[in-house]
Write a protein that binds this ligand. Structure first.
Ligand SMILES: Nc1ncnc2c1ncn2[C@@H]1O[C@H](COP(=O)(O)OP(=O)(O)OP(=O)(O)O)[C@@H](O)[C@H]1O
Ligand SMILES: [Mg+2]
Length: 389
């Protein structure tokens, strides 16, 4: 069928034509936005799960939801080598420019002045211009260099300004497991203060399955955050990830064709999109049939091997790849790190750095003490295929 009209969207963070099976999380977020607007602030949201399950896409939907309510919104991705200070500052600039106007209220003017001082705290060479005269405004002081002091001041003043406009401030942080320990602890502290004093601020973190533990280790009250484990799509709704995008293009799937793709995907969103895309391209139409789906899955698996899996495999060094290979026989469910060491005829301690490096690259995580698992669903099978080839 016409590849130009192909409605599927495999790729990191790509918005699917149908965002399926996330209604509860979206409703929860929406409720919290409305609660914050009447002065009842909720604890941060935490979305965690394996690679490709749809955390980024959901977080972006949170952002759009808040933006539709005219909140001040900043969405950032940790782990890109930049400090939280700079990431947040730069993400806030555009929304603040949108809000700035000569008729702005006192608290908005104050928050702009505070934002300017925050900018100066990490970048002395560049300045922001909001096109309004801030000389008479109070505010500023978010440039002490102490992250907690500066960030707290910024978030307080911005949420106060949003409050004046009848909205709030939403901060969304993707790949949050990659934040520095001190940054994470600071955010937890501020979120806690915000919830206690009912500032209209909502935070959402997204990240790997290790994120809940990392948060709990950063600050004990992170236990009270609202955790949602993002998993494969439920059996009741998974078919819709294929059929709704097709229907929007006046195309349909046979039930059998849907079954073939759903089965092959393990109900993982990324794989559904990849197989959906390939199946669409090989099908002649008007209806997508089971044979199309089988061919689509075969081609899709090729694409995944050469892209999704390969890209991650190539991120590992030789010795890290040896470690991953030793994990592969255990499949996706995880390996005992002692057993992996035995297989490699090495001591557990000598493999510590390799293991740590693989964790920091986001390729594996520790579901529990002494256990190690792939963050990428299907990675074990990919490695076995490479060994066999
Ligand atoms: N609820 C959903 N319904 C249908 N497709 C989805 C859904 N969520 C995500 N997808 C699709 O799945 C793919 C992966 O989504 P996303 O990048 O958000 O995953 P992720 O969990 O952030 O992965 P990573 O850990 O690698 O960052 C994308 O192609 C996206 O279009
Ligand atoms: Mg993501």
């Amino acid at each position: 069928m016409d590849p130009i009209r192909n409605p599927y969207s495999p790729g990191a963070g790509r918005k699917p034509a149908a965002l399926v099976g996330r209604d509860d999380a979206l409703r929860g977020w929406s409720t919290s936005l409305e609660r914050a607007q009447i002065g009842r602030t909720d604890q941060p949201f935490v979305l965690y799960g394996l690679r490709g399950v749809g955390k980024t896409v959901l977080l972006s939907e949170f952002r759009r939801n808040a933006a539709r309510k005219e909140w001040i919104v900043a969405q950032i991705e940790a782990g890109t080598g930049k400090a939280l200070r700079e990431l947040l500052g730069e993400a806030l600039y555009a929304p603040l420019v949108d809000l700035a106007r000569p008729s702005a209220g006192r608290r908005l003017l104050k928050s702009l002045k505070t934002a300017l001082s925050f900018k100066a705290s990490y970048d002395l060479s560049g300045t922001w211009t909001f096109g309004v005269d801030l000389s008479g405004a109070s505010g500023g002081g978010a440039d002490t260099g102490i992250l907690e002091t500066d960030l707290k001041k910024l978030i307080h003043d911005l949420s106060d300004a949003a409050n004046e406009e009848g909205t709030g401030l939403a901060i969304l942080i993707d790949e949050a497991q990659d934040l520095q320990d001190a940054e994470l602890a600071t955010l937890c502290t501020i979120a806690h203060a915000a919830a206690q004093d009912n500032w209209p601020v909502l935070l959402a973190f997204a990240g790997l399955p290790s994120l809940p533990r990392i948060l709990a280790e950063a600050r004990s009250y992170a236990e009270r955050f609202q955790y949602t484990h993002i998993r494969q799509l439920d059996t009741e709704v998974v078919a819709q990830a294929l059929t709704i995008p097709a229907a929007l293009e006046d195309a349909e799937w046979s039930d059998e064709a849907v079954d073939v793709v759903v089965e092959a995907s393990g109900r993982y969103p990324y794989f559904l999109q990849q197989f959906g895309q390939e199946t669409w391209n090989v099908a002649t139409g008007p209806r997508i049939e089971a044979d199309d789906a089988r061919l689509g899955v075969a081609q899709g698996n090729n694409q995944l091997d050469n892209g999704f899996f390969r890209a991650r495999w190539d991120r590992a060094t030789r010795s890290e790849q040896a470690y991953l290979r030793a994990m592969a026989p255990d499949g996706d469910s995880g390996s005992s790190s002692g057993e992996v060491a035995t297989r490699m005829s090495r001591t557990l301690a000598s493999l510590g750095p390799t293991r740590a490096s693989l964790i920091s690259k986001g390729l594996i995580y520790a579901p529990e003490h002494g256990v190690i698992a792939f963050t990428v669903p299907g990675m074990a099978a990919f490695i076995e295929r490479q060994i066999a080839a």
